[in-house]
Design a protein around this ligand. Structure first.
Ligand code: ADP
Length: 661
């Protein structure tokens, strides 16, 4: 085994690798960019070395700087994590040329699977079924449109170098093909530096089922069963599980054998995943699964496989890279129970999943689940990297038990300061189709808008926000949270009114002290009586008419976040509320929701636009954001140009005032 390894990554995966290395007595070296100087992975590692500025291209993708760090630290091997350089064959070669071990497959194996088109051709030859479509060299638009006609609509355009759903466009009809192709190419060019695409038949009712494989340097390959990753949004995985619901022993054997054949065909060593798409319009059928691609690295969702097999896949990676044979043979592997993983993102589901940035004022995740995270309270979520902030993993002896635990765990995720998808994830757990195991990649899309919107704040949340605003809950940093309440009580039964912003409207709340730690809060004629039972810093227990419930309130400057009954609700003190976000989104102005690059400006001053028309396309956090007209009107000014780097809140476009339009 190695004595010291360098982890060429950041965030949760760097932390996760460090944990296993530590358990095995392997010293760890972290690398970090300027944006990550105080990051958790830096704190956790035995040593850490700066590799460059915040932009990934100059730090986590900077091969020379990473190799310098490896040499300076005396590391013997490099773990790439996922993303960044993990599937870059040139990196593998550079690591090996420096006399170090790459913890992963050979450069040749990565190359063979690196491009979706070449991989499909290779798999076809190895007798693995592939998705019907065009995966050849020709790239001119007219030719590809012709291929799409031959395949039959709907089709899926995919970047050959793609990953994470980027550069992928589903096209319903021939008239939309040209625009979709251009947009896919643009995204692929910017994300991967390769705009070439393939065109595939879009499956009617597809399920994403992938098989975890492992090879060693002695020619052994095994599979560690399947994961179902069908719960997706815009082709990106949201919740994963293992095993796959409804999987039969025969189909599992057939998919496992195909995956092992795929890995063996390229002399694979280390952890890999063979992704299949199954057409389930007539249920799971052995003759209806097709190879999509192979990921030649550890996957984000590997913990669900660890949960059902009882293995540590990072340990296997280290052992195999160090030259040991696979720890177990195929017949020694078995599935035990069920596991789920949900990806917790800093993003706003109600605003088309716009990535969110900001400081995590509260980051309190539940104990009843495995939490893989790379952040802690107080950390800044920057626009530089992937906005995933944690993975929540649960396990049970049955699917229903594991899912119930996931729902509970998600309801207990308390994150403040940055909007997350926690509520959305919890609502997904309650979808009848998902709960029944009737999954396909369209489940989220069909469930519609109700999934996206946070429920209205209940009166109890208003009441707690009002108590916080008036100082009854104590300042967060206050050593004695009861101090203010005691002093207040000297005033007797005084009533006060406080104004709070919530959901874009201002609310007046009247708070009356009824007695020791007892309050009545009135809003719009509704009264809520609350008794504070336990207050332990921000965590509270409140008595609502005899029903004692937990709650948590965090306040920082004008902002107040109330966590109550599985939801978080944001309020702001009305007098001091900072309106910049809302004002920028309103009537006449289109502002940048986050820092990014202006990619397309679709209109000029004087143009008449209709509400919903795409006006400016930005690229931020490696995604395309299309900013649409907030209302009908006439464009007054466009102060930005294609190629401009803009700050959050920057004015992108102004409409003429309503009266003039
Ligand atoms: P990426 O590498 O960008 O993640 P994949 O090829 O793995 O792209 O596909 C991502 C997801 O897109 C799949 O999990 C599946 O939901 C969907 N998908 C891919 N190919 C097809 C297809 N031919 N028909 C329908 N859905 C597809």
């Amino acid at each position: 085994m190695f004595r010291k390894i360098l982890i060429a990554n950041r965030g949760e995966i760097a932390c996760r690798v460090i944990r296993t290395a530590r358990r095995l007595g392997v010293a760890t070296v972290a690398v970090y960019s300027d944006a990550d100087r105080d990051a958790l992975h830096v704190e956790m590692a035995d040593e850490a070395i700066r590799i460059g500025p915040a932009e990934a291209a100059k730090s986590y993708l900077n091969i020379a700087a990473i190799l310098d760090a490896a040499k300076a630290s005396g590391a013997e091997a490099v773990h790439p994590g996922y993303g960044f350089l993990s599937e870059n064959p040139a990196f593998v070669e550079a690591v090996e040329a420096a006399g170090l071990v790459f913890i992963g497959p050979s450069a040749n194996a990565i190359r063979a699977m690196g491009l979706k088109d070449a991989a499909k051709a290779l798999m076809e030859k190895a007798g693995v079924p592939v998705v019907p479509g065009y995966h050849g060299e020709k790239q001119d638009a007219a030719f590809l449109a012709g291929e799409a006609d031959t395949i039959g609509y709907p089709v899926l355009i995919k970047a050959r170098a793609g990953g994470g759903g980027k550069g992928m466009r589903r096209v319903e009809r021939p008239a939309d093909f040209g625009a979709a192709l251009e947009s896919a190419r643009r995204e692929a060019e910017s994300a991967f530096g390769d705009g070439r695409v393939l065109v595939e038949k879009y499956m009617a009712k597809p399920r994403h089922i992938e098989v975890q494989v492992f090879g060693d340097k002695h020619g052994n390959v095994v599979h560690l069963f399947e994961r179902d990753c069908s719960l997706q949004r815009r082709h990106q995985k949201v919740i994963e599980e293992a095993p796959a619901p409804g999987m039969t022993a025969e189909m599992r054997a057939a998919m496992g054998a195909a995956a092992v054949r795929a890995a063996a065909a390229i002399g694979y060593s280390g952890a890999g995943t063979v992704e299949f798409i199954a057409d389930v319009s007539e249920g799971l059928r052995q003759d209806r699964f097709h190879f999509m691609e192979m990921n030649t690295r550890l996957q984000v969702e590997h913990p669900v496989t660890e949960a059902i097999t009882g293995l540590d896949l990072v340990e296997w990676q280290l052992r195999v890279a160090a030259g040991e044979p696979l720890p177990k043979r195929q017949e020694e592997l078995a599935i035990n129970g069920w596991a789920f993983e949900a990806r917790l993102y800093a993003e706003n589901p109600a605003r088309n999943f716009l990535p969110a940035t900001g400081r995590l004022s509260v980051f309190d995740l539940p104990d009843g689940a495995r939490i893989d995270s790379g952040v802690r309270a107080g950390d800044l979520i920057t626009p530089f990297y992937d906005p995933m902030i944690a993975k929540v993993i649960t396990q049970g002896s049955t699917r229903a038990e594991a899912l119930a635990k996931l729902e509970t765990a998600l309801e207990q995720c308390r994150v403040g300061g940055v909007t997350t998808n926690a509520g959305f994830l919890a609502r997904l757990c309650r979808l009848p189709a998902f709960a029944a195991g009737d999954v396909d990649t369209g489940v989220i899309g069909r469930a519609g808008e109700t999934l996206l919107a946070e429920p209205d704040a209940p009166e109890e949340a208003f009441a707690l926000a009002a108590l916080s605003a008036l100082g009854f809950l104590g300042a967060p940093a206050d050593a004695d949270p009861w101090g203010e309440i005691r002093s207040f009580r000297l005033w007797g039964e005084a009533a006060q009114t406080v104004f709070l912003d919530h959901g874009g409207a201002e609310h007046a709340l009247r708070v009356t002290t009824l007695g020791q730690d007892r309050f009545r809060i009135e809003r719009d004629g509704l009264a809520t009586d609350i008794r504070l039972c336990v207050s332990n810093g921000r965590s509270l227990q409140v008595d609502l008419d005899g029903h004692v419930l937990p709650a948590m309130v965090h306040s920082e400057r004008a902002d107040i976040v109330v966590f109550f009954a599985g939801h978080s609700h944001a309020f702001a003190r009305a007098e001091q509320a900072s309106h910049h976000g809302e004002a920028a989104a309103g009537g006449d102005r289109l502002s940048a929701p986050m820092p990014g690059l202006v990619r397309i400006v679709s209109v000029e001053p004087g143009a008449h636009v209709a509400k919903g028309d795409p006006l400016v396309t930005m690229e931020a956090m490696k995604m395309e954001l299309v900013l649409a007209a907030p209302r009908d009107g006439v464009v007054a000014a466009v102060p930005v140009a294609v190629g401009d780097q803009v700050a959050e809140g920057a004015l992108l476009l102004a409409l003429e005032p309503e009266e003039a339009a």
